[in-house]
Design a protein around this ligand. Sequence first.
Ligand code: BTN
Length: 252
Amino acid sequence: MRLEIHWLEEVDSTNLQAQRMLERGCPEGTVVVARRQTAGRGRLGRDWRSPAGGLYLTAVLRPSLRGEELGWISVAGGLAAAEELADSLEGKAVPLLKWPNDVLLGGRKVGGILGESRGGSQATAVLVGIGLNLTTDPAELPERPVFPASTVLAETGVALEPEALGRAVAERLCEWYERLQREGPGALRRRLMQLTAHAGKPIEVQDGETILRGRDAGISETGALRLDTGAEVIELPSGQIVKIHVDPREAK
Ligand code: BTN
């Protein structure tokens, strides 16, 4: 797939801009990157603060996947962001993922993915939005009750430029996406389980109003989190991990 990257100084949201370009018939591989967003959007209807100093990127993809596999495209975004960040940091810190695709450094959230499916006259399209706080002023970030927001600079002392990282993340996303289309989700699932901050650990997951406690038992083939409650292993297709406990077996 050929990438066509459009660099913008400011936009409301790169996902909204990508949607407008999609409506005008843009090809697969169109990528929008902006220095600032005035109405950046996060998951679960939240906003995503987007002052200068962050990477704000959306890729337009036109997958030929079954409906239940579409969620893996957002996972491809999380893997691309975590892997490229790791390469750029050259071992100074290790970015990890929190299911399904929050990017963590030092237990704080420095990035997230917003995947949105779009129907339409042609094939279904997916907009993969990737946000990373690089050198953003931490005072501009929102207060988060769990997994507080932070920046790559604050966690590692490394100031990364959005330009170089943006291209690399888009290319890595493209690689994971093409692999998903070719082979199915197996390799993405295995890589996600390697990169999660909570693999095998005791965790708490918020599912609507309910908090579920148990041990991370991996990711299912449909991308659901498997939680071993002690009594049974349940599969959670959605939800938010709100706590990762230190494993008492490791603390000994
Ligand atoms: C999350 O809530 O964790 C997801 C955040 C996704 C933010 C990115 S920034 C680029 C793209 N454009 C948006 O408006 N949102 C996504």
